[in-house]
Design a protein around this ligand. Sequence first.
Ligand SMILES: Nc1ncnc2c1ncn2[C@@H]1O[C@H](COP(=O)(O)OP(=O)(O)OP(=O)(O)O)[C@@H](O)[C@H]1O
Length: 591
Amino acid sequence: MKKQSNLSRLLSYAGGHKILTWLSWILSVVSALLALVPFWYIWRIIHDLLEAAPDFFRADQTASYGWSAVLFAVLSVLVYIAALMCSHLSAFRIASNIRKELLRHIASLPLGTIEKYGSGKLRRIVNTSSAAAETYLAHRLPDKAGAIATPVGLLFLLLVFDWRLGLLSLIPVILGFLIMMRMTGPDMEAKMKEYQNALSDMSNEAVEYVRGIPVVKTFGQSVYSFKRFKASIDNYEKWVIAYTKTLRLPMMFYTTAINGVFAFLIAGGIFLSRNGVSNDLLLNLIFYIIITPVIGTTLTKIMFMSEDAMIVTDALSRIDTILDEKPLAESAAHTIPSSHSITLEHVTFSYDGQKDALSDLSLSIPSGQVAALVGPSGGGKTTLAGIAARFFDPQKGRVLIGDVDIRQISKEDLMNQVSFVFQNSRLIKSSILENVRMARPDASRQEVFQALEAAQCMDIIEKLPDGIDTVIGADGIYLSGGEQQRIAIARAILKNAPVLILDEATAFADPDNEVRVQQALSTLSRGKTVLMIAHRLSSITGADCIYVMQDGKITESGTHAELLQKNGLFAHMWRNYSEAAEWKIEKEENV
Ligand SMILES: Nc1ncnc2c1ncn2[C@@H]1O[C@H](COP(=O)(O)OP(=O)(O)OP(=O)(O)O)[C@@H](O)[C@H]1O
């Protein structure tokens, strides 16, 4: 398939505003040509000054040349402003359409894919990449049209008055172009990509670091947690320095070449006047010295345009990495399950296509029963919970709710059937009322209150200045991890979905919060089919079935008593857990 150019890619988002982009280019060309007209008047003024005998010098005519030069300069600026207005209007529309398409696509992606990127990276792609496209369209493209028109007009001016001086002025321009091509070649493009990658990683790490500060403070791990962020800063520094160093020499030669036009002209002037200075030569030399700075400005504009073109190529490829992510396949048949059992049949799933995180795994949780997942870290518990909530589709096997394959259930229906409360349940920057009501937008205030009450949240509401109308995240109002989780549980209670997927929280700052979260979870779980990742073995002694997971497989299953009797991994984990709990109680008694 033929690769679309950056421009046609960008313009495909313009809709009816495409015409404004074309118009901005035409106006920019007109403005660039108008900007050269004053130089012709300047030449006339110098000509009159040098040629006319003092008695015949016509001050009024010279003044009119001066005014005409000013008039054309002002006209050029006004036309340029009109060009920018057109280009900005179209650029805003294009960037906004890119953002909308990205957000629409992100919303259709499996939650697992979204987690894979991390919110920092996604934010950067949505905001920064579309902003890069906006700058390119709003400024660089009209400048490009102008910058191409200027050398054409300039070439005409340079050759028409004195072709010898004109050619001399062109030597540094050609040198500058050659150096510039080196600075914007494929090598630099690769370096620019690495630089942008490093910037993106640093942004992601910064977001993750700031988000993790409460946990870091709780566990006093500041140095360790800072390590990844620091490594990303070091990596960024490495690429910035590499990029700058590669540019150092060519940039030096480039600046010398384009600013050296005077040297070429003066040397040429001396050579051409070896048999005496004529008025014409002096006139043209002065004129060329006045006009040549335009060459430098134009070349520099073109150079920055090439850099921006590289940035926009990189931005578009980042946008494409998101748009190329496959959304979850949606079935046309909107089947609603009649019962709420959870079944996994021979499920195999791998994140990277190499190592299986779940391997030929089968289990069945009858409707209304509680199943707990336990096992060593990395065993596949989170992956299994994610597969059951359709964060990902397995490569092999299938997941059923009732007797329906979850791929046959529409996204909305599935979300109505399944609630999940994970450790990092996030709240949005809105009131508690709105945060809870997200689960069921038509719920009354009274119903939200009841859900909050059932989730043991009344102590949180009472201490907030505006009760359930308090906006979280504003005016320094923040909730602890356990408090946030209780609000998330209230949300799930209000939703009242028949299937519940839970990740029991591991870290609590205070025991009061821990007890309340456990109470809220048991209210939430009542009468539901529950799949729960358990970290505290004591909280699942009553579970209908406990699955022990290791290396992506279920190695043991049964009730608490049955597993203790088997005397396998679970019994070993239980002994360790009980010893640790006793040790903790003894320690607290001795305090
Ligand atoms: N996003 C990911 N990309 C690649 N591999 C992953 C990803 N998430 C988990 N894994 C891998 O999949 C395997 C199962 O991980 P999973 O998080 O499901 O285990 P877990 O039992 O929940 O562990 P923990 O108790 O530590 O949370 C591990 O080998 C892990 O390294």
